[in-house]
Ligand binder design. Structure first.
Ligand code: SAH
Length: 220
């Protein structure tokens, strides 16, 4: 038995999760490698830890959910994140998607509106040694101007419309992936900032997310 098996009893389950993510159509080897490395069981509450490597959303407390891993991988594949990219994540939740991002890019900025989730995510990210992540409690519908402009912005909660501040904080050529729709159903929408003034939009897939609550999102 290798030392890895001793230190990480979930390693085999995690390899099977990589297969499930591939079965959902994800092909980017860097994304699959990130899924194979990040210990998802560390980001979910003890009550659901046995289900951590299912390809399902799971409750993380405070009425929030960690999304389905294949959907999180779809975000990363769609955004084509490069190692030097500056990336903003809105709605860090458990911090799992943040960790996947930190595997792909050296400059990850993440915001979460629920203080307790921010604290828990930061603890786990610190324990796992992700030093390339800045994470704060903040209303992400206004972005995070301090580190703008970004190459990519990921929004992990559903908005009624695209918040202007997020488009403003993108580089020209940058990409924003955000679920847009009503409270019950949304379209995962890729917004590309083509020029300083102009964007184009492409619907990637239908989806269901918890609401983005804030100044330019839904009322709390
Ligand atoms: N991708 C996350 C799950 C996101 S669930 C994961 O891997 O766990 C969506 C998260 O968005 C929730 O934690 C919710 O609190 C947060 N959220 C909702 N509105 C927000 C806002 N305006 N700013 C920042 N975070 C927000």
């Amino acid at each position: 038995m290798g030392s890895r098996a001793v230190t990480d009893p979930y390693a085999r389950k995690r390899q099977r999760l990589v297969g499930k993510v591939q079965a959902q159509g994800i092909r980017d080897p860097r994304v699959l490698a990130a899924v194979s490395r990040v210990p998802r069981h560390r980001f979910v509450p003890a009550a659901v830890v046995q289900r951590a490597y299912e390809d399902n959303a799971l409750p993380i407390g405070y009425g929030q959910t960690i999304s389905q891993p294949s959907l999180q991988a779809l975000y990363l594949e769609t955004l084509e994140i490069e190692p030097e990219d500056r990336v903003l994540e809105v709605g860090a939740g458990s911090g799992y998607q943040t960790a996947l991002l930190a595997e792909l890019s050296s400059n990850v900025y993440a915001v979460e509106r629920i203080t307790e989730l921010t604290q828990r995510a930061r603890e786990v990210l610190d324990e796992l040694g992700y030093t390339n992540v800045a994470l704060v409690t903040k209303d992400g519908t206004t972005g995070w101007a301090k580190y703008a402009p970004y190459d990519s912005i990921l929004v992990g909660a559903a908005a009624p419309r695209v918040p202007d501040a997020l488009v403003e904080q993108l580089k020209v050529g940058g990409r924003l992936l955000i679920p847009i729709g009503d409270r019950h159903h949304q379209q995962l929408t890729l917004v590309r900032k083509v020029t300083d003034e102009g964007t184009d939009e492409q619907v990637i897939t239908g989806c269901v997310f918890v609401p983005l609550i804030g100044r330019f999102g839904w009322p709390g």
